[in-house]
Design a protein around this ligand. Structure first.
Ligand code: FES
Length: 103
């Protein structure tokens, strides 16, 4: 699928989550300071929409049952839960945010 432009950096409020769809892939963008991270939007537990969760630093809490993820890696932070959501490379160039979904 390659690299896709998904937003302007100034459209993404710092400390907040934004849902974007890249073709049929649901992605949550998390802006932490001036850095943007991109992960799959579907929680590994029961499919909750992570973009409706709560971001605290680089930790994202699912709105349904509170599983926590590190938005830098997609890794689930719950003890004894070796789960993760996909993490996508992000590039910001001239104020435009690009992500790479798929190969
Ligand atoms: S669906 Fe996300 S914690 Fe249960």
């Amino acid at each position: 699928m390659g690299e896709v432009r998904v937003a302007r950096l100034d459209e993404l409020p710092a400390g907040q989550l934004t849902r974007v769809d890249v073709n049929d892939v649901r992605v949550v963008l998390a802006r932490v300071g001036d850095t943007v991270y991109a992960c799959g939007d579907t929680c590994a537990h029961q499919g909750g929409p992570l973009s409706q969760g709560r971001l605290s630093g680089t930790r994202l809490a699912c709105p349904w049952h509170g599983w926590m993820y590190d938005v830098r890696t997609g890794q689930c932070l719950m003890p004894a839960r070796n789960a993760r959501v996909p993490s996508y490379p992000v590039r910001v160039d001239a104020g435009e945010v690009w992500i790479t979904v798929g190969g």
